[in-house]
Ligand binder design. Structure first.
Ligand code: PLP
Ligand code: ZN
Length: 451
């Protein structure tokens, strides 16, 4: 297989054990220590292009139609999987999501430089598309090479399965999905069903599904698509790079992201670190991991100074996609928090719902996970840790439309542990213009507009 400009890429042990494996081999963990692998790039070879050349190249590809560079992920192909054949790439032109200037919400927080990266504005409605395009493309290449893989499989809290099912269906590869019964939203559940995946609902939680999929994929013909597979991280890492590019290569002060299995924050760090290693940026934003209080093992680990990994049995939370008690990418996420001078904070059900609603009232439409990140921002801002002139990016990981029961429940005032202060119930009226006019007048009188 001809390698793009000679750029080499391979799996290596994240903890540094010796050895290197082809990314087209079926291998997920280090044979020596059992830890996570990572996709290692030849950074010296990448330094053969100057910072200015990389920037110009990536900028030239935004909005391009030439396959596959119009994708926000494959527009950075040399940094993702340089060796893959373009013909095997399975892409929906994911990435290049908008970085929204949350001007009005920022005013309410006295934080003029508040930005929200809308990763949910994508094909399957969450940031998972970024990693799945990479994984499914590599699988397609493996199949073309005659490797024994015949299906892909994942455990999921909803969004991973939607992304896997869509990309697998686009490639014509069978997908086997394990979901925790009754613990994903209706919109998330119907996505893999619609895409023709084999959807298996297990009577357990996400961690239970994860244990099953690990066993099922010990058979090399069924390829593991969870973020334990570091191919996913390669695609997801472009989100940090994309944010910096959208700020004309300036680095924000903070990036806040809701976390569960901890693949996303690991990926964010990896992309931002590569920018520094290539001399394109000279600092790292402080990375903040936001957890739901009901599923907070990473927060507890942080509180014990990362002396040991805490695992818990997670409880029911509105932020169902981050309901994970035993996060797989723990080691990588610890590095991301420590090396970036970041931190971990948590939010209660009430805090996340109120934060999401406040954002909605300024024109966004936030999922509960984004609400978790926003609630953490409100805390850090009120503690003065995030300062007025800081530039802050909150990563919105999914589209609010995937979580309709959360929105409806909030405005009907039926969510557990949430007081719906900003509930906006429907107004039922007779079709009588007089009554209608009086009602409108009364409501406009009562509402105060903060411009
Ligand atoms: C909407 C949403 N936000 C955040 C996360 C957390 O990402 P990670 O599991 O990589 O920490 C997930 C997936 O688990 C998700 O679906
Ligand atoms: Zn190892």
């Amino acid at each position: 297989m001809a390698e793009m400009k000679g750029y080499h890429v391979a799996f290596r042990c994240f903890r540094g054990c010796p050895g290197e494996w082809s990314i087209y081999d079926v291998i997920y963990t280090c044979p020596t220590c059992g830890g996570l692998l990572e996709v290692a790039h030849d950074v010296d070879a990448l330094r053969g292009r100057s910072a200015a050349e990389w920037k110009a190249l990536f900028e030239s590809r935004v909005g391009a139609t030439s396959w596959p560079y119009g994708s926000g992920v494959w527009g950075k192909k040399e940094w993702v999987i340089p060796t893959i054949d373009d013909a095997n790439i399975v892409s929906m032109y994911e990435g290049n999501s908008n970085l929204f200037w949350a001007e009005r919400l920022g005013k309410q927080l006295d934080l003029p430089e508040l930005w929200v990266k809308l990763c949910g504005n994508s094909h399957t409605g969450s940031f998972k598309d970024l990693g799945m395009t990479v994984l499914v493309s590599v699988v397609k290449q493996m199949m073309t090479m005659g490797k024994p893989v015949r299906a892909v499989s994942c455990a999921s809290t909803g969004d991973t399965s939607a992304a896997l099912a869509a990309y697998a269906a686009a490639a014509g590869i069978p997908a086997i999905i394990f979901l925790p019964q009754g613990k994903v939203s209706p919109a998330q559940l119907i996505q893999p069903i619609a895409n023709g995946a084999h959807v298996l609902a297990l009577d357990t939680d996400f961690d239970g599904c994860m244990r099953v999929v690990r066993e099922v994929t010990e058979d090399n013909t069924i390829y593991l698509a969870n973020s334990m597979n570091s191919l996913r991280i390669e695609g997801q890492k472009t989100v940090g790079i994309e944010i910096v590019q959208q700020f004309d290569w300036e680095v924000p002060d903070w990036i806040i992201i809701p976390v569960g299995n901890l693949g996303n924050i690991s990926a964010l760090y990896k992309g931002l670190k590569l920018l520094m290693d290539l001399g394109i940026t000279d600092k790292m934003p402080r990375l903040v991991a936001a957890q739901a209080e009901k599923a907070n093992p990473f927060y507890l680990s942080y509180k014990n100074g990362f002396t040991e990994k805490v695992t818990i049995q997670s409880s029911e939370t509105l932020a169902s996609a981050i309901r994970i008690g035993d996060p797989v990418s723990y080691d990588k996420a610890v590095q991301a928090v420590i090396e970036s001078g970041g931190l971990v904070e948590q939010a209660t059900e009430h805090e996340m719902a109120e934060a999401a609603t406040m954002a909605d009232l300024t024109g966004m439409y936030t999922c509960p996970h984004t609400g978790t990140a926003l609630a953490v921002l409100y805390k850090l801002r009120s503690q003065g840790l995030v300062q007025r002139n800081d530039r802050v990016v909150v990563i919105s990981t999914a589209h609010g439309l995937k979580f309709t029961p959360f929105k409806v429940g909030y405005h009907e005032g039926t969510l557990a542990e949430v007081e719906s202060q900003f509930a906006n119930p429907l107004v039922y009226l007779p079709p009588d213009p007089d009554v209608v006019k009086k009602t409108i007048a009364r409501r406009l009188e009562a509402s105060s507009f903060a411009l």
